[in-house]
Design a protein around this ligand. Structure first.
Ligand code: HEM
Length: 249
């Protein structure tokens, strides 16, 4: 008499079940994926920094225009969206882009270190890597600290950077009061020059990261990176300089 299991034949070997991972996570796990994420989030952040600088040019139109612009940003989409609804959607996207930008940069650095534990013999090839490229990590870290200082100063109005005069809804007065503190104005200038270096190299290398690196277009890429970084630096540095020189009061 056959037993039930013998009739069904030998039991197949139990196979280890490999849980399929979502393809996007697999992609992000590779160096190519991390570079692509860094480039795409970098493009979003470049868009924000340009729009922010252009918006801040309202400073030169006086208090009423600038404060009105600040309020306008909070009313975009109303009455369909609640007050500040669109602004919060934008903030959420921006925070997500920033977190992914930093995470991909940090994990890519760790990945590179693991695959090259000994380091470069005789140091890095400093001839090939220009100054902006070599300082990407440091400029990135300093910009992150600057951003926290800046938010405390002009958005939250509390913490080490804020002035006693901070009033919500009055960005013009807040900005002037902040830059009337000379060390703070100088800190903004230094941070924005560093930001310019970061943007210059980022805007240049994002084409490479996305696979658009035909050497025939190298001079266009360099030209774009220089012009974009220069526009941001000149615009942003002009604000503290305008307050320090009394052009804006
Ligand atoms: C000198 C240059 C800059 C000036 C004068 C400036 C000015 C301002 C002002 C006045 C606000 C508050 C706006 C409001 O509440 O209505 C603000 C917010 C902000 N700034 Fe700047 N900014 C400068 C550079 C930058 C840079 C370089 C970055 C990014 C790296 C940046 C990121 C932000 C962010 C994320 C906010 C918060 C936006 C929000 O959530 O409402 N700013 N800035």
């Amino acid at each position: 008499m056959h037993t039930g299991s013998a009739a069904r034949g030998p039991k197949p070997l139990r196979q280890r079940r490999v849980r399929p991972r979502f393809w996007l996570l697999d992609f992000y796990g590779s160096a190519v994926g991390k570079k692509a994420v860094m480039a795409v989030t970098g493009i979003l952040l470049l868009g924000f920094v340009l729009a922010h600088m252009l918006g801040n040019l309202h400073l030169y139109e006086g208090s009423e225009k600038m404060n009105h612009y600040g309020e306008y940003l909070r009313t975009i989409g109303s009455p369909i969206l609640p007050h500040s609804g669109a602004l919060w959607a934008l903030r959420t996207g921006l925070i997500l882009a920033l977190v992914l930008h930093i995470h991909s940069a940090v994990t890519l650095t760790l990945m590179n270190r693991q695959s090259r534990p000994v380091g470069y013999k005789g140091g890095r090839d400093y001839l090939a890597a220009n100054y902006a490229a070599r300082t990407m990590r440091w400029s990135g870290i300093i910009i992150a600290f600057y951003l926290l200082f800046h938010l405390s100063d002009l958005t939250w109005g509390t913490g080490i950077a804020a002035t006693d005069e901070f009033t919500r809804g009055e960005p013009y007065q807040n900005l002037v009061a902040s830059f009337q503190r000379e060390p703070v104005a100088i800190l903004y200038i230094v941070a924005n020059v560093l930001l310019g270096l970061h943007i210059y190299h980022g805007a240049w290398s994002l084409f490479q990261s996305l696979g658009w690196a035909n050497p025939r277009f190298n001079h266009w890429r360099r030209g774009f990176a220089i012009v974009f970084a220069a526009i941001i630096v000149v615009g942003n540095v002009s604000f503290p300089v305008a307050v320090m020189t009394g052009l804006v009061e």
